[in-house]
Design a protein around this ligand. Structure first.
Ligand SMILES: [Zn+2]
Length: 474
């Protein structure tokens, strides 16, 4: 039987606001345990929450970037459950009136771009963290009350690869609008997945299971692949899929049952009595819209148009906002966009990868790259030398001009100088010269190589070629 996989994803994004969702505690990652807490986020009786405006702004930004409708009036609700890292005994969340709803994102798939629907984006607060160690379990409540967005997709995803692509696109969007770093290792992006299978062509979804505890996008893809296979095997052997929550085990690459899935009525949601509804006006939404940067899709199209880039080049250069910003700063007032694309895409990204640095910490600034490439287009240095200079710039932090001067790297294009150098080389290699004259013309490359070796790559290629041609072919 041919099966169709149906996947929906719930993504939690930790926002990078300076203070928490409902109190003024700091949100710095990695602070000593329990140093960023107060009566509000510790759930002391009588302590009252105050809404952080930035949480609302970030939620609206996320909604606008994902074609969601923005609800002008939305409220908070208490989601009640007990857990040691939740001192209040409930989480402040949103229930039936999420701030953003009914959107979509466009995701690249093997068969072109596909729209994956979003049911909702809502605001909520994070719980604390239990740390299970050798001496028992310790609680860090620094994370209590850190603002989150929960982004819930429609069950529109049809394969683990599409899920991977959805997550990558969503992360890129969120990073572009600057509301989170989406660092999965530090827990600022977490993903749960729902998966079911049904006979292909059916319109009745099968029983779904929920997968938790996946620590990377590849982990999500693997867990979904595993779970789809498991459900198909259960159904093909005549069994039924049980609705339950499974924990992905990265080490054994298997999913283990955690508990039977709770329903939303188990949480006894009710309106949060300590907070008034959030009310937005058109002006507020417009102001937020105006403050948003160009989104990756639009920027890609503009890059292709404005800088005459291939789609492939454009995708690399707009993959992150900081890379796109770097390129635009470097190419501003620079005459050769193709050359700049070549160097940013190739050399700068290579150096950053080697040094494991993000581009905003690049040892070579856009201005300095521009200076180096100006020497190149003015033919003051050869392409070969330019690479050497770039590497030296990355190591020493010095400017191209300084390195070229200090190491004497200006290109040699003087006819006289190269002419005597080449005559010298020909004299030193009589055997090769003889063979060349007998018809082994591929030795031209050998002589070019000797000239480059003697000049440490500084000989102007075109002039060298002309002189060699004169002596070898006439
Ligand atoms: Zn607090």
């Amino acid at each position: 039987m041919d099966w169709e996989i149906v996947i929906g994803l719930e993504v939690h994004v930790q926002l990078n606001t300076l203070s928490k969702a409902f109190c003024s505690c700091k949100t710095t990652y990695g602070a000593p345990p329990n140093t960023q807490t107060c009566p509000v986020c510790l759930g002391y009786p009588g302590a009252l929450p105050v809404l952080n405006r930035e949480l609302v702004t970030s939620a609206v930004k996320a909604g606008l970037a994902t074609h969601c409708k923005i609800r002008k009036r939305s409220g908070f609700a208490r989601k009640n459950y007990f857990y040691p890292d939740l001192p209040k005994g409930y989480q402040i969340s949103q229930y039936d009136d999420p701030i953003c709803y009914d959107g979509y994102i466009e995701v690249p798939t093997e068969s072109g771009n596909k729209k994956i629907g979003l049911i909702r984006i809502h605001m909520e607060e994070d719980a604390g963290k239990s740390m299970h160690g050798m001496d028992g379990t310790l609680i860090d409540l620094n994370r209590c009350g850190i603002p989150l967005l929960e982004i819930v997709s429609r069950p529109d995803i049809r394969s683990p690869q599409e899920a991977y692509s959805y997550l990558t696109t969503l992360k890129q969007l969120i990073r572009y609008i600057g509301i989170s770093d989406c660092n999965m290792e530090e827990g600022s992006l977490r993903c749960d997945a729902n998966l079911s299978v049904m006979p292909r062509g059916s319109n009745k979804f099968g029983t779904r299971t929920e997968l938790k505890n996946m620590n990377s996008f590849r982990g999500v893809e693997k867990a979904l692949t595993y779970e789809a296979k498991r459900q198909i095997e259960v159904l093909e052997s005549g069994g039924t899929v049980v609705q339950e929550t499974l924990l992905w085990n990265e080490q054994s690459q298997t999913a283990e049952p955690m508990r039977s899935k709770e329903e939303s009525h188990d949480y006894r949601y009710f309106p949060e009595p300590d907070l008034v509804d959030v009310q937005l006006t058109d002006t507020m939404i417009d102001d937020i819209k105006k403050s948003m940067p160009e989104l990756p899709g639009e920027r890609l199209q503009r890059f292709i148009r404005q800088y005459k880039l291939s789609e492939e080049d454009g995708l690399v250069l707009t993959s992150e906002r900081d890379i796109a910003d770097y390129f635009e700063e470097a190419v501003h007032d620079f005459p050769d966009t193709a050359l700049m694309n070549h160097w940013v895409r190739g050399e700068i990204l290579r150096i950053l990868k080697e040094k494991q640095l993000p581009i905003d910490q690049s040892p070579i600034s856009p201005g300095r790259l521009k200076e180096l490439l100006t020497y190149l287009i003015q033919k003051k240095i050869t392409p070969q030398t330019a690479k050497t200079v770039l590497d030296a710039m990355a190591e020493t932090g010095e400017t191209a001009g300084k390195i070229i001067e200090k190491k004497g790297l200006m290109s040699i294009s003087s006819l006289d100088e190269l002419d005597s150098l080449i005559r010298d080389i020909l004299q030193k290699h009589p055997a090769e010269l003889e063979k060349y004259r007998q018809g082994k013309t591929q030795l031209f490359g050998f002589f070019m190589g000797q000239v480059m070796k003697a000049t440490k790559g500084r000989a102007d290629q075109k002039v060298t070629r002309q002189i060699l041609d004169k002596y070898l072919n006439t």
